[in-house]
Design a binder for this molecule. Structure first.
Ligand SMILES: *[C@@H]1O[C@H](CO)[C@@H](O)[C@H](O)[C@H]1NC(C)=O
Ligand SMILES: *[C@@H]1O[C@H](CO)[C@@H](O)[C@H](O)[C@H]1NC(C)=O
Ligand SMILES: *[C@@H]1O[C@H](CO)[C@@H](O)[C@H](O)[C@H]1NC(C)=O
Ligand SMILES: *[C@@H]1O[C@H](CO)[C@@H](O)[C@H](O)[C@H]1NC(C)=O
Length: 406
């Protein structure tokens, strides 16, 4: 989920999130409109109101990999509301350590009794190469990120006050951060990458991978099974802010860049981001800059809680209104491509030069200029969605959450 910086950026949702400078995200109106996702066609969802899904007739399954926090559960409810089968969720290391984020994921499911039918698998503790120590040296060389996620210096005082664990021992839990309640149940497994490989092999062409945090586990799955990416239904990403100049160079258009340009999802594990985002997923949708579009406000939170349930009550009391609906916007853009108002596509690379100030940032290329010595993927990069319809769909998903059995 959250912030980080410079030119690109990242994840989402809110929670007892610390930090986060607020600024208004400037959204630019674009003339041309395009809808990403080649194959999305309205299909009959089993349970609810959605037009999402590829019209391929295959079951629509999803795995959500995210750095879950106290009120980060909305994307799960959105997917269920749209009629998707959530095969399971994965907790990764980005805003905090994977164990902590996995337990938040579990707690979020338990609020709606959904843990009975949706398992939680913990991801890797550490990024592929990066460590808190290396990250701090890099910051000293190239400047601090406004949001350092799990790599922020350890701070016991902040943890005792409800902050998520950062640096130090990745296997410790900080119960004070569980505003949603500490989970009663257990994780289904601790090797998320292996589990994802098994699931994708068992359901070829059916499983969409939603990534709202770092790419460590997806990269591990890609390396573990060379067919992993191609056997999925695609990849949807929250994160990956791109510099307006680079984007202009990639697409021939300019973009008024939002001020929220924080990218811990990519910058905490740049090598994994590169492996995942250059793998041959049938389709890759990225919601970076566009994820800054919609913010929670008091009126919306008041409307949500008109229908009282554990989810609406928690959101009403614990949503940080300074942070945009990052992860939720990414999920929405995938589920409702007909409500995407603006997007571009370009070939994407990730800077993995540790010595670079752009280490972990996205680089975009147009066809004629893309590197010849590597095989980059052409991604759909979402710039704007229908903000009003977004709110309507989030409201429906949290006010009337699906129940097990799904
Ligand atoms: C969609 O579902 C409805 C209600 O179950 C059914 O009447 C309709 O024929 C279905 N449409 C398609 C295209 O399958
Ligand atoms: C689906 O949502 C649309 C508006 O978003 C609404 O008009 C329609 O009645 C809904 N259909 C169902 C079956 O809920
Ligand atoms: C979850 O299950 C408990 C025990 O059966 C029940 O009291 C509670 O209302 C359920 N919560 C939701 C959100 O369905
Ligand atoms: C640790 O967290 C506390 C509480 O948020 C804060 O006041 C303090 O400045 C932090 N310490 C450091 C070294 O950042």
């Amino acid at each position: 989920m959250y912030f980080s910086n410079l030119v690109l950026a990242t994840t989402a949702v809110v929670a007892g999130a610390t930090g986060a400078a607020a600024a208004t995200a400037g959204q630019q109106q674009q003339q041309q409109r395009s809808v990403p996702g080649s194959g999305y066609v309205a299909s009959n969802s089993t349970s609810s109101n959605s037009t999402a899904g590829n019209g391929d007739g295959k079951p629509r399954k999803m795995i959500l990999d995210n750095d879950w926090a106290a009120v980060a559960f909305i994307p799960i409810l959105q997917a269920l509301d749209a009629g998707w089968d959530v095969v399971g969720i994965v907790g990764d290391t980005a805003d905090s350590w994977a164990l902590q984020t996995s337990m938040h994921g579990l707690a979020g499911l338990e609020l709606g009794n959904l843990s009975e039918c949706i398992p939680v698998h913990k991801g890797a503790d550490y990024p592929l190469l990066n460590t808190p120590e290396l990250f701090q040296v890099w910051s000293t060389l190239h400047g601090k990120l406004p949001w350092e996620g799990a790599f922020a210096p350890e701070n016991k005082t902040a943890e005792d006050l409800g902050g998520e664990p950062t640096s130090g021992d990745p296997r410790r839990l900080s119960k004070a951060a569980f505003a949603e309640g500490f989970p009663k149940g257990h994780l289904a497994g601790e090797h998320a990458a292996a589990w994802m490989v098994e699931q994708v092999r068992a359901h070829p062409g059916e499983i969409l991978i939603y990534s709202g945090g770092a790419f460590t586990n997806i990269a591990l799955a890609v390396r573990m099974d060379p067919a992993f990416a191609s056997l999925t239904r695609g990849l949807v990403v929250m994160g990956g802010y791109i510099d307006s100049v680079l984007l202009g160079a990639a697409t021939g258009r300019t973009l008024l860049q939002a001020d929220y340009v924080s990218d811990i999802n990519l910058k905490i594990d740049p090598e994994a981001a590169k492996i995942a985002l250059t793998a041959d997923f049938p389709e890759i949708t990225i919601v970076g800059n566009g994820a800054n579009q919609v913010f929670p406000d008091q009126q919306f939170l008041d409307e949500l809680v008109e229908v009282e349930n554990p989810y609406t009550t928690l959101l009403h009391g614990h949503t940080d209104m300074t942070l945009p609906y990052w992860d939720e916007t990414a999920m929405y853009a995938f589920l409702y491509p007909e409500h995407v108002k603006d997007s571009v596509s370009f070939y994407l690379d990730v800077d993995t030069a540790w010595s670079s100030p752009y280490y972990g940032n996205i680089i975009g290329y147009q066809e004629a200029l893309k590197p010849k010595a590597q095989k980059l993927q052409k991604v759909n990069y979402i710039l704007e969605v229908d903000g009003e319809d977004f709110k309507t769909s989030v409201k429906r998903a949290v006010q009337h959450p699906k129940k097990c059995p799904l």
